[in-house]
Design a protein around this ligand. Sequence first.
Ligand SMILES: N[C@@H](CCC[C@H](N)C(=O)O)C(=O)O
Length: 292
Amino acid sequence: MTGQVTAVDFLKGHGTENDFVILPDPGVDLDLTPELVAALCDRRAGIGADGVLRAARAGDLLDAGVLDALPAGVRREDWFMDYRNSDGSIAEMCGNGVRVFAHFLAANALVPGDEFTVGSRAGAKPVRVHHADPETAEVSVSMGVPRVFGESSAGVDGRDLAGIAVDVGNPHIACVVPGLTEEALAALDVASVPTFDHGLFPHGTNVEIVTPLVDGGVHMRVHERGSGETRSCGTGTVAAAVAALRAAGRETGAVDVHVPGGTVTVTVEADGAVLRGPSRIVASGTARLAAL
Ligand SMILES: N[C@@H](CCC[C@H](N)C(=O)O)C(=O)O
């Protein structure tokens, strides 16, 4: 349909500086090709973002062929976060993105209250909007039960870092590095593409480097699948919290995860993890597709 669409309204938002182009598209008029996504996310020739969040009802995305089926627990009437990485690839889930998506819905009165479900390719994600105005919000997302599915390592800045594989709806290897300080973490080259076991991660993975748990907190940096190094990764903070708790001999607890773009709190319980953090919507406008 994009051939008939020459301009599209958008909003720009972020969760701890993991930033997104929000595309309200209730009619599913946009043919959201990888090329269009990459052009929108281009920080020079486009709007610039780590990813795109298209907003439409799940049933309408299904009827338009964007979804092959409704993911587990997702109803036709649910607003669905059609997430894309900045390289145009599709990912199952985006934790910072769900907070920004929920903020957009609440601030525009598109949902009846403060607690509702957002659909994602990783299934239904219950959210609670603690506060929302057009510019700022505080949101909690029930992220499901993180699944640890192995031990492995990642090559980062010439170092081989031991980590655990964690499924948060999308794949992660979270590397808690003994003795790593916040300053030493900040000095690492995380922009270069890390190496990892493609047998364990046949569809790629997000790579988190994490300091050990101290006083209920960790510091984390991330190289994301499909977006490169970002200032934050919500699903990554969940993987980091799980890994840091396990490294400290624990299975549950609340962890403040400090990322370059801010801080979120991940609470891990036996029945699932909850990600709580801020959302900001900083701009709105019209994207002129012929110029991209
Ligand atoms: N930044 C997101 C994760 C986005 C998807 C990830 N890059 C992947 O490909 O799995 C988040 O906040 O979780």
